[in-house]
Design a binder for this molecule. Sequence first.
Ligand SMILES: Cc1cc2nc3c(=O)[nH]c(=O)nc-3n(C[C@H](O)[C@H](O)[C@H](O)COP(=O)(O)O)c2cc1C
Ligand SMILES: Nc1ccn([C@@H]2O[C@H](COP(=O)(O)OP(=O)(O)O)[C@@H](O)[C@H]2O)c(=O)n1
Ligand SMILES: [Mg+2]
Length: 234
Amino acid sequence: MQETTSDVGHDEVAVAKRLAMDGALTGEVKTTCTTLAEQLDASTQTASRRLQRLETAGWVTRETVSDGQWVALTDAGERGLRREYEDYRSIFEGHSTVELEGRVTSGMGEGRHYITLPGYMAQFEERLGYEPFPGTLNVDLTDASVRRRRALDAMDPVPIDGWEDDDRTYGPAVCYPATVETADGDVHETVHTIAPERTHHDDDQLELIAPEKLRDVLDLEDDDHVTVTVEGTQ
Ligand SMILES: Cc1cc2nc3c(=O)[nH]c(=O)nc-3n(C[C@H](O)[C@H](O)[C@H](O)COP(=O)(O)O)c2cc1C
Ligand SMILES: Nc1ccn([C@@H]2O[C@H](COP(=O)(O)OP(=O)(O)O)[C@@H](O)[C@H]2O)c(=O)n1
Ligand SMILES: [Mg+2]
């Protein structure tokens, strides 16, 4: 996901972090440039300029009132902060993982078609190292996991490129290596999440591919609970 980050340097990230600590991720917070300047140990003009840059880059929204301004971090701002967070996780933990939970569900029966198209299959074999079972296992994520899923934007994906044949174009997709664990504690190691850019699903639906049919090897049925642990590759 591309963001306008050209004007967001470390100083601006520090302002976004300060605002998030004051609650700007969950709603609007009221501040003034004077207060921010004191918190940041900078001049009022500097605090004002950094806030302006964050707004230009789409990281915050602002509403000026007579005695200050209401500021909230946007989704782009949250993604920016999460990228910082993933950097620290990889520094202190050596790697980063994101655990997503949900229930197995049936989709529209289209996954099979797309996975087996030669333009994708050749890339799966080359970049994932296996020929996937024809289809995607769909997982209906919990609300908390839909939010946590955004952390994936901060990780390096395995890219699957778009391509075209004589009739039409096919969109790109991003994959992340993962493992799946069932409620019984059975774990399957070789799995990838796959997020096609063109999809009929919202971000509450996670799609998984694997060399095997996961419903068979993990004895899964619709509504069964699974935990998908996505491994960061930074
Ligand atoms: C690798 C891959 C590429 C896809 N590319 C496209 C595409 O170019 N256009 C499109 O409309 N849907 C595309 N889809 C999305 C499918 O239409 C569908 O939204 C999704 O995979 C869910 O299928 P399911 O509900 O049958 O599991 C793609 C899916 C996959 C897995
Ligand atoms: N690695 C995989 C991929 C798909 N599947 C299942 O294989 C079937 C075909 O996948 P699909 O994506 O075409 O179908 P739906 O997800 O739309 O139901 C579905 O029942 C998936 O849940 C699986 O068990 N393991
Ligand atoms: Mg599917």
